[in-house]
Design a protein around this ligand. Structure first.
Ligand code: PMP
Length: 367
């Protein structure tokens, strides 16, 4: 049998494993921060209609610049943030992972570096590796807030080309205060200047507001978003960014032509017609997220304050063993490799009850 090591793969990929949470067939899956609610039936019908129409033109390449979709996304951002965003400020790709990849292909690459403050979304570092960008793991405080002084020092010393700030942060759940993001932006401009990418994948679940208004007068700032979480459309693969129009022009230098299929564009447009219904679920999920925080604390767990649709809880001497014990009770949560901590996604009230029953049982067994 030929193995990867027998192939002439790039040196930095040798011995590495692909990213991926286990996709296990268990009754309650609370491990990948998905929205637990299937799309409502009228939206499913609308998607079918729009895809049927798109199918009639599948002999042709799709709209390469996805103008209609970017216009609707800009309207969504304007409506929800109160900050005017136009189609020239917006770019879309297959998931925000691809948005991040395009940003690193544009602003990172061989001989360049990117920094993130860890633990954070591990794909930032992995996509950096995939694009030949050097990765710098920046510090956080023990309570998972960003240690601003240490972060500013790391930026000044390393002079990275790209700075990632994830707010609300994954896997810890806490939001980064706007003042901290601004300070990091200033530090990044003083050091290089470099691009600052604010990953707002979970912003719709936050108690606070989007940082979109900060884009004004800051051409090196990018806000990255996704339809995978709040819109409940992880299977669609649609991510997008908002930034200065020059950034949108720049990423077009690396995007593959026709990267967003006509089917994807049609489906995303249908989903955007139903924004109000979809965001209705967000309120329910926020309430369930808050319930998980309260109940886990009442059970005696340590819980990181959450602005996302998931909750980090601990502390465990052996988090992986606890992950397995919860799984043995039919509930899949996430072991992100943060020593002592696990992460649970807010599901439906029934799913969350099943999870809480499982951890309650574990507590009883331990006492
Ligand atoms: N950013 C963060 C912080 C995430 O947690 C995720 C998904 N887990 C993504 C980006 C990527 O999401 P997608 O590619 O589905 O848009």
């Amino acid at each position: 049998m030929t193995s990867i090591d027998d192939l002439p793969v790039r040196d930095e990929l040798r011995g590495k494993s692909p990213y991926g949470a286990p996709q296990l067939d268990v009754p309650v899956r609370l491990n990948t921060n998905e929205n637990p609610y299937p799309l409502p039936e009228p939206l499913v019908e609308r998607i079918a209609e729009r895809v049927r129409e798109a199918a009639r033109h599948l002999n042709r390449y799709p709209d390469r610049d996805a103008v209609e979709l970017r216009t609707r996304l800009a309207e969504y951002l304007t409506k929800t943030s109160g900050h005017p965003v136009g189609p020239a400020n917006v770019w879309a790709a297959n998931g925000s992972n691809e948005v991040i990849q395009q940003l690193l292909q544009t602003f990172g690459g061989p001989g360049r570096t990117a920094i993130g403050f860890e633990p954070s979304y591990s794909m930032h570092g992995l996509i950096a590796r995939g694009t030949g960008t050097g990765w710098i793991s920046g510090p956080r405080n023990d309570d998972f807030t960003i240690d601003l002084a240490a972060a500013e020092k790391a930026i000044a010393e390393n002079r990275p080309d790209v700075v990632f700030v994830t707010t609300p942060n994954n896997p810890t759940g806490n939001a980064v205060p706007p003042e901290t993001v601004l300070a990091l932006y200033e530090a990044a401009q003083a050091a290089k200047p470099s691009m600052v990418v604010v990953d707002e994948a979970y912003i719709e679940f936050s108690h606070g507001d989007s940082l979109l208004p900060l884009l004004d007068g800051r051409p090196n700032l990018v806000i990255s978003r996704t339809m995978s979480k709040a819109f409940g459309a992880a299977g669609l693969r649609l991510g997008y960014l908002a930034a200065d129009p020059a950034v949108v022009d720049a990423v077009q230098l690396v995007r593959l032509p026709y990267h967003l299929s006509a089917v994807t564009q049609a489906t995303a447009l249908a989903a955007l017609e139903h924004t109000d219904t979809l965001l209705g679920y967000v309120e329910q999920l926020k309430a369930e997220r808050d319930r998980l925080v309260t109940e886990l604390r009442a059970l005696g767990y340590e819980v990181t304050a959450s602005d996302a649709n998931f909750v980090q809880f601990g502390r465990f001497a052996d988090a992986h063993a606890v992950w397995q014990q919860i799984l043995d009770r039919g509930v899949l949560v996430r072991d992100n490799g943060v020593p002592g901590w696990l992460r649970v996604t807010a599901g439906t009230p029934e799913e969350n009850d099943a999870f809480l029953d499982a951890v309650r049982e574990l507590k009883k067994e331990q006492s």
